[in-house]
Ligand binder design. Structure first.
Ligand code: HEC
Length: 110
């Protein structure tokens, strides 16, 4: 069961983490980009104009158009694997999730 409370808690936690990580030396979006390059780029396009290596994988820049970033946060926290079996399971720590989402979010705004 997904409760609104839980979603709020996750988002609140991530917002805290985003601001915590944003004050680190390396910009959080850069960390997210590095994570995306390492873990996602062999299937998903991770930049502003590149094509996905695996045509069925949507470019990461499209994700915020499909899902509010908060929903993505919850999906990552629960294990993104459930939605699509073609994709390997990832277990990310909350700071990594925050960094990835921050990067994905930044793509949409560019
Ligand atoms: C081995 C290939 C592969 C890798 C690596 C991969 N993905 Fe995917 N991903 C896919 C495919 C294929 C789909 C589309 C599946 C579908 O539409 O059912 C997808 C869909 C998604 C979706 C949309 C889910 C939905 O329900 O529509 C998200 C979000 C996503 N990927 C995030 C990521 C992130 C973030 C990474 C890196 C951490 C990543 N993926 C790595 C293959 C991959």
């Amino acid at each position: 069961m997904r409760s609104a409370f839980r979603v709020t808690a996750v988002v609140g936690l991530l917002c805290g983490l985003v601001s915590a990580v944003a004050h680190a030396q390396r910009p959080v979006e850069e960390q997210g980009r590095a994570l995306a390059e390492e873990h996602c780029s062999r299937c998903h396009a991770i930049g502003l104009e590149d094509q996905s290596q695996l045509p069925s994988a949507p470019p990461l820049r499209e994700l915020p158009k499909r899902y509010p970033v908060e929903n993505l946060a919850e999906a990552f926290a629960e294990g993104i694997v459930t939605a699509h079996p073609a994709m390997p399971q990832f277990t990310f720590e909350p700071p990594q999730i925050a960094a990835l989402l921050s990067y994905i979010d930044s793509l949409e705004k560019k």
